[in-house]
Ligand binder design. Sequence first.
Ligand code: ADP
Ligand code: MG
Length: 420
Amino acid sequence: MDRIVHDGMMNDQRQRTCAEFERRFDRPPEWVAIAPGRVNLIGEHVDYCGGSVLPMAIERYTMIAAAPRPAAAGSASGRVFSTAVGATAEIPIGPTGGTAGDPGGDPAGAMAGAMAVSTGLPGWTHYLHGVIAGFLARGAAVPAFDAVVDSTVPLGGGLSSSASLEVALATLLAAVSDTRIEPLDLALLCQRAEHDFAGVPCGVMDQCASVLCTADHLLLLDCRSLTATQVPFAREDLLVLVTNSNVRHALNDGEYGRRRSDCEQAARVLAVPLLRDATLAQVEAAREALGPRVHARARHVVTEIDRTRRAADAIAAGRWAELGLLMAESHASLRDDYEVSCPELDLLVDLAAAERGVIGTRMTGGGFGGCTVTLVEAAHAQAVMDRVAQEYRRHTGRECTMFTTRPAQGAMIQTTPRPA
Ligand code: ADP
Ligand code: MG
């Protein structure tokens, strides 16, 4: 969106979050930590095969306003109110502060020990508990604190509200506990929290994007080496349109696991550590040995990895038409070879692709519902949104939800919230 509108929206959210803090805790906050959601432009279903992804942060944020709170020794906790949930939870902090198991040993043991206690708290606190445990496992002195969490990232919408929640808290805790932690390590700590405490075996893209992205850039992230490259998104007249189909087909979970095991099988047959080590020629030569389904899955992965590299080059060089073609090929590959699209996503892509000013469009995220990502000239964005919404309603009887964004800035922390 327009920079002035964006800054105004951020300011409003910050003030709202700080006001809520004052109302709940009778004093002003000392910190505001901010972490964005993300959308992946290209590079889908390649993270777990060690390929590269190309996400950007979106202008939707989780904000945490917080202040330390005096606490008796051994009874430290984080008292957190979430505006999204409308509830407060008290999350124990401390080597033993109410947690089962002995956290004194290796970090893995500490996390596993604390996990048992997490299950006694509501699900949304597990992400936070995991981040606190990650800091404790590093030996950080996490003080008792009060906090209000507010998010403009839709929860469960495929735009990584969970990672932005973890990253916002980790950014806060690094500051309040005076812990020096490399940005990449902070992202990994958050991923670990989601694995071990929320029980979600996510890749590392979401947390990396929320931490490492910079304004007006895409993030080319190699998911094996974790090398991150900032790709300038130079054209200021382009917007990224995110469209939520508002469907979520139930087969989602099991299918994700099946895709992963198909990819592992393909790597075994091709005798490579990860599918990213295979070439298209190798995949084609092994067509018989792979069998039709696994062959198609492997073909998606190796071609998608190649497309992602070419897309980053095309963006850096300003070859926008080429980027559009790569996005179209990516969608077709996800639909036909990887079979993770659905009629609603295909419809959104077909509708957007037919509109003037659209550079490229494809499904984004795990699939079987969720969102599409569309690159559109700002001058045409409103017309595209109106038409796509209207036609989507006409064909499906459903409403889609949409917003435009520019590539946003990753996580940050501010000590004194600005007055109005
Ligand atoms: P996504 O990350 O795509 O939004 P997930 O299912 O991974 O979807 O994460 C959504 C979950 O993360 C929510 O159900 C909730 O448990 C937690 N969460 C995210 N943001 C908040 C928030 N602001 N307050 C409380 N819980 C949140
Ligand atoms: Mg998530």
